[in-house]
Ligand binder design. Structure first.
Ligand SMILES: [Zn+2]
Length: 104
């Protein structure tokens, strides 16, 4: 598919972001430290997810779209460290982090 034929699925992008925000909210509710609405630990080994289910430790910077997927050039969002490629399961099924580290 040529770049000019590529369409950006804004609905899938926001649905993916909403699921990721559900994961972040579950961690916030157990009291972990947050930065920019994401748990601190997500930034330690950051992973990025696009709306097509690709998860990577890297992304490209697009001058038009910002950070985009290496595989399909869809915009990416910071995702949790345990995330794997493929469909993102609803946040209810997320396993809580084992360590409930309390920081001063
Ligand atoms: Zn992708």
């Amino acid at each position: 598919m040529a770049d000019s034929e590529r369409t950006f699925d804004i609905g899938a992008y926001f649905a993916t972001r909403a699921l990721i925000e559900g994961y972040a909210e579950k961690e916030r509710l157990v009291g972990v430290e947050m930065f920019m609405l994401r748990p601190d630990r997500w930034y330690e080994y950051p992973r990025w997810r696009c709306s097509k289910g690709h998860v990577s430790t890297n992304y490209l910077i697009s001058t038009e779209l910002g950070p985009v997927c290496l595989d399909c050039y869809e915009p990416v969002s910071l995702t949790f460290p345990e995330d794997k490629g493929g469909p993102l399961a609803p946040a209810e099924s997320v396993k809580q982090p084992d360590s409930k580290e309390v920081r001063p």
